[in-house]
Write a protein that binds this ligand. Structure first.
Ligand code: MG
Length: 243
């Protein structure tokens, strides 16, 4: 049985650069690892498919030699969340609309950042992501979610709901910003892609329909229209101005 079988609407969201304003893994790599130059080279290679996301991510995180707790603390001090996300999250929760975080990042870091913003309620947020193994000396490495070349294939969690969508019983939206969202981007009815980010370039190159967003205020307005029946998925997808 599917966890959200009775939901009428599910919001799937990337975390880094989508719910947060900065990418926490980029931050780790740029400030505590080998730096932004090599990181950007790898990002381009992933976008043009000469390196897998998984291999590039492992190389980036492998360059970070600081203990895990120190990394987490640096992120808590430097990563901020979209100021409109908390209101959106509460609005969805009050209406039993699941907001599921699907991330290529690491669960303990995501949970810590969400708890700082949302407080106790973030203990219950559904997060599907990679994990971390921390050794006694504080050194650590990522534990990938699955065997895919993404490390975490975000489409795996979404695919089981596609039949409900096909039957007209469920609507799904996806919010993302980057190359790690590629596998999920094609699976939902409505894709919100963050303005000016890699996911927009990818969608253009691959002819994947998308709606641009600047903050969760845009997504909130669109999801409210969907929920209240003032707009269809097609309306929102067709007209950026309606968001
Ligand atoms: Mg992202």
């Amino acid at each position: 049985m599917l966890q959200y079988e009775d939901a009428k609407l599910i919001v799937w969201s990337d975390f880094d650069g989508t719910i947060t304003l900065q990418d926490s893994n980029d931050y780790l790599t740029d400030h505590l690892g080998f730096g932004s130059e090599r990181r950007k080279e790898l990002n381009q290679q992933v976008l043009y498919e000469s390196v897998t996301f998984r291999d590039s991510f492992e190389e980036m995180l492998g360059s970070v030699k600081h203990p895990f707790e120190e990394c987490k603390q640096a992120l808590l001090e430097n990563i901020t969340l979209d100021p409109h996300f908390a209101a959106f999250y509460d609005w969805c929760t009050a209406r039993q609309i699941p907001v599921v975080v699907v991330s290529s990042g690491m669960e303990p870091i995501i949970r810590s950042l969400l708890i700082r913003l949302l407080g106790e309620r973030a203990h219950h947020t559904h997060i599907i992501s990679n994990d971390v193994h921390v050794n006694a000396d504080g050194s650590w490495h990522i534990i990938f979610h699955d065997e895919s070349h993404f490390g975490h294939d975000k489409s795996l969690a979404i695919k089981p709901y596609k039949q409900l969508v096909a039957d007209g019983k469920l609507k799904m939206v996806y919010c993302g910003d980057g190359v790690s969202d590629l596998s999920a981007a094609k699976e939902t009815n409505l894709l919100f892609a963050k303005e000016g980010r890699d996911l927009v370039d990818y969608c253009k190159r691959q002819n994947v329909p998308y709606t641009e967003f600047d903050s969760f205020a845009d997504i909130h307005a669109a999801v409210r229209q969907l929920y209240e029946g003032d707009a269809t998925l097609e309306d929102i997808a067709a007209n950026r101005q309606s968001v």
